[in-house]
Design a protein around this ligand. Sequence first.
Ligand code: NAD
Length: 484
Amino acid sequence: MSTPTPTNVFEYAPAPESRAIVDIKPSYGLFINGEFVDGNGTSFKTVNPATEEVLAEVAEANDADVDEAVKAARRAYTRVWSRMSGAERAKYLYRIARIIQERGRELAVLESIDNGKPIKESRDVDVPIVAAHFFYYAGWADKLKYSGYGETPLGVAGQVIPWNFPLLMLAWKIAPALACGNTVVLKPAETTPLTALLFAEICQQADLPPGVVNIVTGAGETGRAIVSHPDVDKVAFTGSTEVGKAIARAVAGSDKKVTLELGGKAANIVFDDAPLDQAVEGIVNGIFFNQGHVCCAGSRLLVQESVADEVLERLKRRMSTLRMGDPLDKNTDVGAINSGEQLKRIRELSEVGDAEGAERWEVACDLPTKGFWFPPTLFTGVSQAHRIAREEIFGPVLSVLTFRTPSEAVEKANNTPFGLSAGVWTDKGSRILSMANRLRAGVVWANTFNKFDPTSPFGGYKESGYGREGGRHGLEAYLKGADQ
Ligand code: NAD
């Protein structure tokens, strides 16, 4: 097999998006009861992962701050939000959705600066789906009696989210909670707090009653204070399986309702009858979208043995055209790794792959000297026992395995502690259906990958968590149930 020359074949002039549209303040407080307040704790810095530039100093909420936020949410729940008709609540959600659209460029630029993701993703994927989520759940607010889950809200929701899709995860949490009549205390991840704080401004702009949405920033301790607060009725967490398990233990024995959206190790399965160029696009999208910082990333490529060489050759050629660099450049395909800590994890697990005997191939490119970067990489010669085939790398690293028969593909795909997503590439509709029935994954994409829509439920099996977000099913997490 001839290995393609690993250089970028096209030359582009830089096309950076202007950052003049965002107004990053030197410091940020907590958003409690409709206002920004100083907080009683210390503060932390948020940095631009592409440059290591310190962007702002952000308040770190302590137990007392979290208590204030929960009290504000409880007051707003009891006095205003749960008493308001669904049709009235919907008006606020529609207003928020429209403001998100109006301020879409500002949100996208800020997200790319704080997170490191390419502007074409934050602009064309994240922000439009965020607005769509608010529109979608606004539509449910006055139709809850048809949901099948009753129409009684739970009360105060404590929500903790990760850094990979800061604004999108916020929308997945806040939109259904508010539509169902709950109020929320949400904590963004410590490396990506800025778009959540801009969302707080949007809540002010939308005249959302004070206390309905509270945003408290901080790290693990702040998250712990939220989920263990006795007056929180519902815990919604998206993040690592390890922290998800700790949260499940912390709330065990309480009457809190819990949903956990955790890690994944998705198999992207390519059969020999698949349209190979499209499959290669799907493989690239599956693992290099958002630098592979995607819970449902197609991080295990299972390719049928008869086409393995050809797929790998085309894949390497395609990977060599990926443009890595300034997240604000509209040409950029692969941006920065979100933090130094995450980069260290990706490096360590990749070195384990080397030590286990897998063969590493990476795109040859000049990495910027500042910031956190990891080139798009694939490992061949991977066996199921290898740690790079079992553990979530959460970076732009693909493990390639082969199979001969559909049954072997199913067995290998399901041989994982996770069960979040999978992809199937084949020409045969009947095979798609049969594979989808046998794969233990919450979402199975056919001849596509990483497609999201607010109408479609998303969630996992096994160590990928429980509960569903999105669609009608997503309402269940925020309602007491049909018989209450
Ligand atoms: P993480 O678990 O380290 O952190 C997630 C959030 O939890 C952060 O806000 C963090 O501050 C907070 N936190 C940390 N310790 C806590 C504690 N003891 N109690 C309460 N909160 C605590 O995860 P991460 O590294 O930020 O995110 C990456 C992980 O998220 C990956 O494993 C990924 O698969 C997962 N993820 C899952 C989904 C999904 O829908 N299943 C979506 C996105 C990300």
